[in-house]
Design a protein around this ligand. Structure first.
Ligand SMILES: [Fe+2]
Ligand SMILES: [Fe+2]
Length: 392
């Protein structure tokens, strides 16, 4: 008889200058002690000392602390240990400090935070990371604080944000037209801090919840959006990926009309963000992969697996999980090439995005009939094909 060795415990570091708060966290998460090894530090300096002698999977830090504050601490951890997931707990009147922390944090929670929210946030951060076996890829994902948008999109965003006459609908339309902007806005709004605890997959709702004033402030001061002066990736230009993403999202929303239309749009829009991550993080290697895919017709996923130990679908889901996006979107991104392997609750959604991707402009694959069948969606195919044909 073989006895399975238990998975090593995940290591979580909590940082707060108030002993009572740390004791409270310890109580709150008492039942998680069997799966998580929890360490508590009373200052940023102590936290960094601990990080220099052992690795942590997640750090949860208070913002306001005497000496080194949370923003400085998280920025230091981002440099020293990029693959550690970084969660910030903050009170409400600390916008200036938050702007300094934004490039370094993955999720932002409002204080006081209940056990369920904190637990779910930590779990989400750990989920995708478990499938990333290559430390280089984990470091690249952990370090990314924004994804690039094509220059034309970025210019349009700057124009609507700088004009005082722009309506929230105009800003939302620009954001929804680009996966990188949408991912960032969904990250911000799904944090309990900016979104007041409301989780959403709707990009229009996300922009409305943030509001023009807040978007302008964090967009300009924290420069949470970015553009590229030079495309790192001439074989697969960013504007083509953006167009492909918008077409897939728009068609997926039609296929799921009346159901999970917003999730389908967001999932379709974000399905290939992992490609952008790999292209930005490993430009030379990824260029080679795209080259061999086009010259030998080899399978992109197989080439990515061989080079990075993960596909762009898994890389994208890992990043968006770290950023705290809703589970339905993560499922779609992770399983857009193989919807039949998605959790049952996401079968229809992942199938719709998979089919939309294959039937929309700039398609990068065929419909995997066996996988759609495994997801019990074969009966929907004919209707979806007609909808796709009607939308051209
Ligand atoms: Fe893909
Ligand atoms: Fe795609």
């Amino acid at each position: 008889m073989t006895i399975a060795t238990p998975a090593p415990k995940k290591r979580i570091l909590f940082v707060d200058d108030e002993p009572a708060i740390l004791a409270g966290l310890q109580n709150l998460l008492y039942k998680d002690r069997r799966r998580w090894e929890m360490t508590f530090a009373l200052s940023g300096e102590i936290a960094l000392e601990k990080l220099s002698t052992q690795a942590f999977d997640v750090v949860v830090s208070d913002m306001r602390m005497p000496g080194m504050d949370g923003a400085t601490l998280l920025n230091r951890i981002k440099e020293a240990s990029p693959s550690t997931a970084r969660i910030m707990l903050s009170g409400h009147a600390e916008r200036e400090a938050i702007v300094r922390a934004l490039p370094a944090l993955h999720q932002l929670l409002a204080k006081p935070c209940d056990a369920a929210t904190l637990r779910a946030t930590i779990e989400r951060s750990l989920e995708g990371e478990a499938t990333m076996h290559d430390a280089r890829v984990r470091a690249v994902i952990g370090k990314i604080d924004k994804l690039p948008s094509p220059p034309q999109v970025f210019e349009r965003l700057s124009a609507v944000m700088s004009s005082t006459d722009s309506t929230i609908e105009e800003i939302a339309a620009v954001v929804a037209n680009d996966p990188s902007l949408s991912a960032k806005v969904l990250q911000l709004v799904n944090s309990a801090y900016f979104g007041s605890g409301q989780r959403t997959s709707s990009i229009a709702d996300a922009v409305t919840l943030l509001g023009t004033e807040q978007l302008r402030y964090i967009g300009v001061t924290a420069s949470v959006f970015s553009s590229l002066t030079e495309d790192p990736f001439p074989e697969l230009p960013l504007h083509e990926l953006q167009k492909h993403a918008v077409c897939t999202g728009t068609l997926a929303r039609r296929l799921m009309a009346g159901g999970l239309a917003q999730e389908a749009f967001a999932g379709g829009l974000l399905h290939d963000v992992g490609r952008v991550v790999l292209a930005v993080g490993f430009p030379a290697e990824y260029r080679e992969i795209i080259r061999s895919m086009t010259t030998t017709e080899a399978d992109l996923g197989a080439l990515e697996l061989a080079a990075f130990g993960a596909t762009h679908a898994e890389v994208g889901a890992c990043l968006l999980g770290l950023w705290g996006l809703p589970a339905a979107i993560l499922d779609v991104v992770r399983y857009h090439d193989r919807p039949g392997d998605a959790p049952e609750a996401s079968w229809a959604l992942a199938s719709a995005v998979h089919v939309a991707e294959a039937l929309s402009e700039g398609s990068c694959g065929l419909i995997d009939l066996a996988s759609v069948d495994k997801a019990r969606c074969t009966h929907l195919l004919e209707g979806w094909r007609q909808l796709a044909a009607g939308s051209r």
